[in-house]
Design a protein around this ligand. Sequence first.
Ligand code: ATP
Length: 337
Amino acid sequence: MGISVLRVENLIKRYESGFALDIPHLEFQSGRIYGLVGPNGAGKTTLLNLLNLLEEPTEGEMFFEERRFTDLDPLDIRRKMTMVMENPFLFHTTVFKNITAGLKCRSVDKKMWPAMSKEALRTVGLKGFENRYAPALSRGETQRVAIARALVLKPEVLFLDEPFTNIRQRDIDLFEKLTKTINQEYQTTIIFTTHDLPQAHRLSDEVISLVDGRIIEGSIENLFEGTVEEIDGTQSVKISPKISVSVITEKRGKVNISIAPREIILSHGAIISSARNSFKGIIRKIQMEGQTVIVNISVDEEVEFTALITETSFKNMGLPIDSEIYLTFKSTSVTIF
Ligand code: ATP
């Protein structure tokens, strides 16, 4: 086990809107990369804001390196953690002044600034950008300067709130490599949020899934809301007017369900098996991800499933876009929460 850098216990944050983030226990270990995923409004930013002391919890405790936040000087904790936002704001001045603003606040010897700034800019791939006027930079460059501005402070924990959202697709690779480089070269613990699940899995040592303010063990792929119905002693969850998913549960009323993409079997015809759930759909999207292929299948106007298959199965089956396909999964493969 690594060293605990951040830990939360019985953490609750309630907003007047009715939303509540409720995390009984969560630990982040030093030097690892954590991807925080979840649908819109799941509480990802709220969690980052609490850990980064931008917001106060309603209840519960947080620990930095096993010491209670409340026993530490907030300034000391803040010095060890930095956040880069989705749309970072750069001051209307040079890149150098932007990067060194934090050093000034921390009273770092001015003689050190050029070397520190140079090193941070080199890491983010913007060598020689010191004298560029920050507002004239492209989005990707702005994001990189924001990361350099965070890095120059040598944080122990770097929070990245949807850092890749506004980046051009072809630059995403570069940013993913940069995230790994920072983690390895600086030994920084990185906690980032994303809506891109394959990316979360690519980059993270651990993926944390949040739904409605709670951490879930199941997958957030194939996540649906519905109502439990019981007919002749068997339960199902109606996730759209036409689609009901057979489940095994004692729960009643409204629930969320999820199905891990690897649990879904694809076939050209309906298969006779003990698995209770079998649907016919149309292949809408195919994405290669290393040796795995991500296949998106729409079953009706409202319901789309994601399945993962190996590259070999994909080649053997021949799965063109817009073709019909059957998907099958067991009731026991459905997580209910
Ligand atoms: P997204 O992926 O859309 O950024 P998220 O998972 O980061 O979403 P949060 O921004 O943490 O979600 O928001 C969680 C819920 O809390 C939302 O319903 C949001 O409207 C609400 N919320 C966030 N901040 C506040 C606030 N300061 N006051 C009241 N409600 C808030």
